[in-house]
Design a protein around this ligand. Structure first.
Ligand SMILES: Cc1cc2nc3c(=O)[nH]c(=O)nc-3n(C[C@H](O)[C@H](O)[C@H](O)COP(=O)(O)O)c2cc1C
Length: 168
């Protein structure tokens, strides 16, 4: 359990996705479900990273867009991440895209001052586990301590609050 001095920064996409072995339309992203559990359990503030150019609702188009954005490192976002100086703990949530975080999270996190912060990564995926995310965050969040992450299959997030509770 944590105090109120924490912030959740996360990316999540609803719409069509590969979910439990088939392509399905879902109204709320999987990572968002976990982010909301963390907020409920800790009282943390929350910031959702939104792409400036929305990904396609169609899964097959979205995966190409994601690959392209990762390759070109071109993923502008809407708005600005809140000032992180007042937070001790920063939860960072990502779906796994091609074994990595979506490029928009790089855009959001670069140039923030992570010195002395505790970063707690959480990811949802469809089989790749936490992948390279801790290593990516280690490089990106200079001066932060990257804690053990939480990973869960996107298709298993509903009803996972007690697992999240054991981790926060
Ligand atoms: C563009 C794209 C790429 C993906 N790449 C992977 C992957 O490499 N490994 C994996 O396990 N799941 C992959 N997935 C599945 C997502 O990580 C998984 O569905 C996640 O829960 C989505 O989170 P969200 O609903 O919060 O966006 C991918 C999904 C998309 C849309």
């Amino acid at each position: 359990m944590n105090n109120t001095k924490s912030l959740i920064i996360y990316f999540s996409r609803a719409d069509e996705n590969y979910f439990g072995g088939e392509i399905k339309f879902i109204n709320k992203g999987n990572t968002e479900v976990v982010a909301e559990y963390i907020k409920e359990l800790t009282g943390a503030d929350m910031f959702k990273v939104e792409p400036l150019v929305k990904y396609s609702e169609k899964y097959m188009i979205c995966i190409d867009q994601a690959k392209q954005r990762i390759k070109t490192h071109n993923a502008p976002i809407k708005g600005k991440v809140p000032d992180i100086s007042k937070y001790e703990v920063i939860y960072i949530g990502a779906p796994i895209y091609w074994g990595k975080m979506p490029e928009e999270l790089f855009t959001a996190l670069q140039n923030l001052n992570f010195e002395g912060k505790i970063v707690k990564p959480f990811v949802t995926h469809e089989g790749s586990g936490i992948s390279q995310v801790p290593q990516q965050l280690q490089k990106l969040c200079i001066g932060a301590k990257i804690s053990d992450g939480f990973e869960i299959l996107g298709s298993k997030v509903d009803g996972s609050k007690s697992k999240v509770k054991n981790w926060v």
